[in-house]
Design a protein around this ligand. Structure first.
Ligand SMILES: [Cu+2]
Length: 335
């Protein structure tokens, strides 16, 4: 059983294990990590502030400071002249220390809440090797366009595997989650993540970060008691997200909160440009509050003019105060 502390997907997906779950015929050779079509360009032009070295994980194997800019491009292969990105996902069960008092049993993908941020380019082929070690039936249901058999609503029993395969279309900010009933429970316990499909032409250079708003129904009463950005309540209040003054930030934002019909998202002392569902190349409007139903997501772009600390949070303030609250620390440009 994978745990947050010693999760090692490489080991779990060993050749022997694949044979056990019936995936022995799947070729796993390839370049780990793969290339990034924007890497060379963005690296030259975008400065990413060094991550604070003192960010604790509170005994957890997840670190929201790393989740922010952690993109999984899969293992890249060329098959019949086409780029295939192969991702490996294991569903598991493991405890997450949400605060000093609450340890919560999560159901998760690859030992993380949210699951890995999968990323591909428009037109690639996406192949996901899914192994369920979670102790319950789970699936991966992707938002996108695909065949019915790839829709991730057919249960994958504990100990079994399934390969999801589909084209990376359309470009935009999408998501995946478990679709076993009650879905609110499977999502609420942590089985959700982002799928970013970049447009063929890419997007302009920016400091790109990921925020997933999620919530925990600790009492199992169809109401949320704790909320979070990227898995841990109040984390970015204690450990503000460093960004540089005047530099464009591209925020990939997803509302994955069950039970509350809508959340808003607000940033202090600034306005953002809105790219609804990430499915446009030009912003539709500017705002400082945006309203999002469950599974709704947008790309928001902004830059701060003045150094200092600025809050971001849903403007349902009770939700913010229950953990969905964070801060940007804008670092002067000349440092
Ligand atoms: Cu599930």
């Amino acid at each position: 059983m994978p745990s947050f502390k010693n999760f090692d997907s490489g080991k779990l997906w060993g050749r022997r294990r694949l044979l056990q779950v019936g995936l022995g015929g799947v070729a796993l050779a390839g370049t780990a990590g793969g290339y990034h079509w924007l890497n060379q360009r963005t690296r030259q032009q975008v400065r990413v502030p060094p991550l604070p070295t003192d960010t604790p994980t509170y005994g957890n194997g997840i670190n929201p400071m790393q989740t922010l800019r952690d993109f999984d491009y899969g293992t890249v292969k060329q098959e019949n002249g086409r780029t295939v990105r192969e991702f490996r996902i294991i569903a598991g069960t493991s405890p997450l220390q949400l605060n000093s008092a609450v340890s919560y049993i999560t159901w998760n993908y690859n030992g993380r809440v949210p699951g890995p941020t999968l990323r591909a380019r428009e037109g690639d082929r996406i192949r996901v090797l899914f192994l369920n070690q979670g102790g319950h039936a789970h699936t991966m249901h992707f938002h996108g366009i695909h065949a019915a058999g790839m829709d991730g609503v057919r249960p994958v029993s504990n100990g079994k595997a399934f390969i999801y395969e589909f084209d990376a279309v359309p470009y935009g900010l999408h998501l995946y989650h478990c679709h076993i009933a009650p879905v609110s429970r499977h999502i609420g316990k942590g089985l959700h993540g982002m799928l970013i499909i970049d447009p063929k032409e890419g997007r302009p250079p920016a400091d790109e970060i990921v925020l997933v708003m999620n919530a925990y129904d600790i009492k199992d009463n169809q109401r949320n008691e704790l909320y979070a950005f990227n898995g841990l309540p109040h984390y970015y209040m204690r450990h503000p997200i460093p960004i540089y003054q005047h530099q464009l930030v591209r925020l990939y934002l997803l509302n994955m909160v069950e039970f509350d019909p809508v959340l808003t998202f607000h940033i202090h002392a600034n306005f953002f440009r809105v790219y609804p569902t990430g499915m446009v190349l030009k912003p539709t409007h500017e705002a400082d509050v945006i309203t999002m139903g469950t599974a709704e997501r947008h790309i928001l772009e902004f830059a701060y003019s003045y150094p200092g600390k600025y809050m971001f949070h849903p403007h349902q303030d009770a939700i913010a105060e229950a953990g969905c609250m964070g801060m940007f620390e804008v670092i002067p440009q000349n440092t």
